[in-house]
Design a protein around this ligand. Structure first.
Ligand code: FE2
Length: 200
């Protein structure tokens, strides 16, 4: 069996506890339990090296050093901080007609588990998005179902519906293929997402 670093396993443990405690609707719970069951099987490590984007240097300390996280979210933040140097932060590719003009420079995605992640795999994705204040992420869809865990201010939309704000520790579920988007308000947006690629 492939060995996974203790730091990376700590991210899974912290994320599993936080998602389980906060995303309590049955659909989210079902998605999570299948995702974390799959993550119990460690895959080989990546040979990618970590690399930040400028938006990370500008806004990640604001998010990670912020006071007031409840204990379970602080544990997740600190577990993330420990592995963050190994993250190759990525910009979203593809068309962005509904994004704000500053989207390209104003966002970054951290894939911990998943394609081009610290632990590359295609059955489960676990990672986080960082948006600078005022940045709107484009409407997008993807086949896997998804649960978001939001770590602070920020707004979200599903199927072109009204913006809603889950708030610190808030969660919501995206069914497979649903159109969704997010936008930061006057503070940076930071949210974790968990996707399970095969919902059978
Ligand atoms: Fe998504």
């Amino acid at each position: 069996m492939t060995k996974r670093s203790n730091d990376l396993q700590a991210v899974i443990d912290a994320a599993q506890a936080a998602f389980a405690a906060r995303a309590t609707d049955p659909t989210s719970q079902d998605c999570q339990s299948r995702a974390f069951a799959a993550l119990a099987d460690a895959h080989g490590p990546s040979d990618l090296t970590g690399e930040r984007l400028p938006v990370c240097d500008r806004w990640l300390p604001t998010v990670l050093d912020k006071a007031g996280y409840p204990e379970d979210l602080r544990r997740l933040i600190e577990a993330f901080r420990a592995v963050e140097p190994a993250v190759r932060w990525q910009r979203r590719g593809g068309p962005t007609p509904s994004a704000s003009h500053d989207f390209a420079e104003g966002h970054a995605n951290a894939v911990l588990f998943g394609a081009n992640g610290i632990e590359p795999r295609n059955d489960v994705w676990l990672g986080a998005s960082l948006l600078a204040p005022g940045v709107r992420y484009p409407d997008h869809t993807h086949p896997p179902e998804e649960v978001y865990l939001v770590l602070g201010p920020g707004q979200f939309s599903q199927e072109n519906g009204p913006w809603f704000e889950p708030g610190l520790g808030g969660t919501f579920y995206n069914r497979p293929g649903i159109l969704h988007a997010m936008q930061a308000t006057s503070e940076p947006l930071f949210a974790f997402w968990l996707l399970r690629a095969d919902p059978t």
